[in-house]
Design a binder for this molecule. Structure first.
Ligand code: SAH
Length: 396
């Protein structure tokens, strides 16, 4: 197996357990990246030539290699893929009775670049690296023998695929329905799984939604950035008096309202399910001006900080949206504030909440702090794999 040699002192992070090699850490005199075919496995060595592990190489990317083994000379072949996928599957089977979960969470399951979501007998895959792309057929063979899925859908619409020089058109095998009914927290969610718009279900918020629902009894709920209603529907089913969904996508809002009606028909009959379509920043300001108030709010924005260089404007956006949400709470109201930006630490999100409350001359009492569900395992040596946080606070 070809060697990928690191410069002196660039081995520390890998030795501490991290799985990524950055292109500026490679000794390109000894091992020019241009010598590698995208996806090839290589033995990663320190500057003395001591093997640190085996990795698949993405010669054109900033993250130019991702380790799949801590030993040298190990191919990412079908037996290894099978072993890793089987371990991932067994963990989920211990956690959940039914196959509705994230089956593989990339680095967190020691399979860098591979994300698989299980929807009953259907699987959707996101492949983000040349290494996994060139092993696609092997992955399919492993999944066939582990699970015999009735369909596979490769959701290739990922920005990272462009960096890796991979095509972005979706591919499917077998027939995946346009939408599926996802069971979660005692509710059923109709979720789009194929099609042009945002698809899929965010399994990562499962336990935070469950926690949120504890505060729903007789509450007037606002679900900001609702998508198909993950938080608001749980609250509707748990005894909320009214639920308002807010999102920029009218398609997502239609599904959210239908999901709420299916899971809380009495609320639908009472006309207590509404939706607001548009930009959250503008709508929250308008609601405040109109005097609308809510006793339970979920705030689950898309990542405002996608890259480190977006940190300053992203942090400002988190502050602003938390302020706008807090102002809409009735006295003693509850806010669940989430962030899926890895670059915004839990401490920073807590700071946003604290400042936003102070800005409205109120106190925030933290009553719950959560993260991504256990089907999104965190690689202990890779803080990058812990991205989701959710604080629930009472504001008074
Ligand atoms: N809370 C959801 C997930 C939210 S995903 C759940 O539990 O499943 C983020 C959502 O924010 C998407 O549905 C997207 O359409 C919406 N969105 C993105 N930018 C927006 C904006 N400026 N205003 C309103 N909605 C926005």
């Amino acid at each position: 197996m070809r060697k990928l040699c690191l410069k002196k002192n660039e081995e520390r992070r890998i030795k501490a357990g991290h799985l990524w090699v950055f292109s500026n850490e490679v000794d390109t005199q000894k091992s020019p990246l241009t010598d590698f075919t995208p996806g090839d496995a290589a033995t990663v060595c320190d500057w003395r030539g001591v093997p640190l592990g085996s990795a698949c190489v993405s010669p054109r990317s900033l993250i130019c290699a991702r380790l799949h083994s801590r030993k040298g000379n190990v191919e990412l072949d079908e037996p290894l893929l099978y072993q890793r996928l089987e371990t991932a599957l067994r963990l989920r089977q211990r956690l959940f009775c039914d196959p509705w979960y994230r089956l593989c969470h990339g680095e967190g399951d020691f399979l860098p670049g591979l994300v698989i979501d299980s929807y009953g007998e259907h699987l959707t895959l996101q492949i983000g690296t040349a290494g996994m792309e060139s092993r696609k057929e092997l992955i399919i063979a492993c999944l066939d023998s582990l699970l015999s899925p009735s369909s596979l859908y490769f959701d290739n619409d990922l920005a990272v695929r462009e960096l890796e020089g991979l095509p972005r058109a979706p591919i499917s095998r077998g027939s995946l329905p346009e939408s599926l009914l996802v069971p979660e927290n005692g509710c059923d969610f109709s979720v789009p799984v194929t099609g042009g718009q945002k698809t899929g279900w965010f399994y990562d918020q499962r336990y935070n939604r469950w926690e949120f629902a504890h505060y729903a009894q007789n509450a007037d709920v606002l679900d900001i950035f609702s998508y198909v209603g993950g938080f608001g529907v749980c609250a509707a089913a748990a005894g909320a008096s009214s639920v308002t969904f807010l999102d920029a996508s009218s398609h997502a809002l239609d599904l959210a309202c239908n999901n709420a009606a299916r899971n809380a028909p009495a609320l639908a009959d009472a006309g207590a399910i509404t939706s607001l379509c548009g930009d959250a920043f503008e709508i929250l300001q308008r609601l405040y001006d109109e005097g609308s108030r809510f006793s339970l709010i979920s705030l689950d924005p898309p990542a405002f900080i996608k890259r480190r260089k977006d940190f300053v404007p992203g942090l400002a956006a988190y502050r602003k949206i938390n302020q706008l949400a807090i102002r809409l709470l009735t006295p003693g109201g509850i806010l669940a504030s989430s962030s899926c930006s890895y670059h915004l630490s839990a401490e920073a999100l807590r700071g946003c909440l604290a400042q936003s409350a102070a800005h409205s001359r109120q106190h925030a009492r933290l009553i719950f702090s959560g993260g991504q569900g256990p089907d999104h395992p965190v690689h202990a040596s890779m803080p990058e794999t812990a991205y989701l946080k959710c604080f629930i606070a009472q504001i008074s």
